[in-house]
Design a protein around this ligand. Structure first.
Ligand code: BMA
Length: 363
């Protein structure tokens, strides 16, 4: 009897350890980390952070966030527009080899990498902001330029598969294609395709990258802009639970206009409710105030949004846009009038920079 019990307990524990192992094996490490850290703080991210800042470019170890707040962001955003044409540099002139090196570096420091992609049109070579002609329907299976689109995805996949850490492991990442589709400024926006065409484009892209190209290290974010007031509206372009992991929103406008903070909070509540219902994670995937023209923006606008009781408990990350010396910046540089305020915002317990994130992960 005792023997039987021992065998049963042993069997059960082997079974349990096997099943936890296999569950662990198929789970993306980013998902595991974000779930673990949820409620303990919101990760702060910055586009192109390690590549250049307002007064420097390509200096190893530099970061405008670090210069102002004393630590790197926990999340690093990158842009891949141009990879589909085998360009040497992305559309913001960063060499793809630099992006690759810095993605790996960011990952090895413990951060999370996320990619946007503003590809050039397969039909006429115009950039993503050219809405003069319809592109999406021509990219879909049976469309006139589907083959060309497959070639674009192949090149994108090659780049993703080249992201390997020193230990040879593929770098996990979040891919956030076809964002702000609820606006009319991209050729995948409301002016240039139907929501059904959009969903097909999104689904096709992800299924191809995952099933044909084997990108199992990828998570995918859905991020409309702020043009919705209900859950139904928010889901108009939602391509399906099987292709989406992160439920997000981009929002610059509401955090700029008077009274907009409340609207931004309401919309994030919709995003969070949606994520909860679908058992996914939520994020403010892009925000910022161009050239930080309000020196209190970080505590009075973004700070008010993230300190909302539901948002601080549920939201996984917030990312601000890039600091391009020639175009615009969204995080203050050293000695900028908003620098002290941005630091106070990042010093609050709800915001996690890289060290905070690494500490939380290891708790
Ligand atoms: C926009 C601007 C552009 C840039 C694009 C892609 O918001 O920053 O200058 O080319 O993002 O990164």
């Amino acid at each position: 009897m005792i023997k039987l019990k021992i065998v049963a307990v042993l069997g059960l524990s082997i079974l349990m350890s096997c099943s936890t192992e296999s569950v662990k094996d198929i789970r993306n490490p980013i998902m595991v980390q974000l779930e673990f850290v949820k409620g303990k703080g919101i990760l702060f991210g910055h586009q192109d952070d390690l590549a250049y800042g307002k007064n420097w470019s390509y200096v190893d170890g530099e970061s405008d966030v670090k210069r102002v707040a004393g630590d790197y962001p926990a999340m690093f955003g990158w842009e891949l527009g141009g990879i589909e044409l085998q360009h040497t540099n992305n559309l913001d002139s960063i060499h793809f080899q630099v992006i690759k090196d810095l993605v790996i570096k960011g990952y090895q420091m413990g951060g999370i990498n996320t990619f946007s992609w503003h590809p050039f049109s397969v039909t006429n070579g115009e950039n993503s902001w050219n809405t003069e002609t319809d592109v999406v329907k021509h990219m879909l299976p049976n469309g006139s330029h589907h083959k060309e689109f497959l070639a674009q995805l192949d090149r994108l996949a090659d780049f993703f598969q080249s992201l390997k850490a020193d230990d040879g492991k593929l770098v996990p990442f979040i891919f956030r294609p076809w964002h702000e589709m609820d606006g009319a400024w991209f050729w995948w926006g409301t002016k240039n395709c139907t929501s059904d065409e959009f969903k097909e484009l999104f689904r096709f892209s992800i299924e191809y990258l995952k099933n044909k190209k084997g990108l199992t290290q990828m998570l995918v974010a859905y991020s409309p802009d702020r043009n919705f007031t209900t859950l139904d509206e928010y889901l108009t372009w939602y391509p399906g639970d099987d292709v989406i992991d992160i439920i997000g929103m981009d929002n610059y406008y509401d955090l700029k206009v008077p009274g907009g903070v409340e609207l931004a909070i309401k919309k994030l509540h919709i995003v969070i409710a949606c994520a909860k219902e679908k058992q996914k994670l939520s994020a403010l995937t892009e925000t910022g105030l161009e050239n930080v023209t309000d020196s209190l923006w970080y505590t009075q606008k973004l700070g008010k949004v993230v300190s909302d009781s539901l948002i601080s408990k549920e939201l996984s990350y917030v990312m601000v846009w890039r600091n391009d010396p020639k175009v615009h910046f969204f995080f203050p540089y050293e000695n900028h009038p908003a620098a002290a305020n941005a630091k106070s915002f990042l010093d609050t317990p709800e915001m996690l920079l890289l060290n905070d994130f690494n500490k939380q992960k290891n708790k």
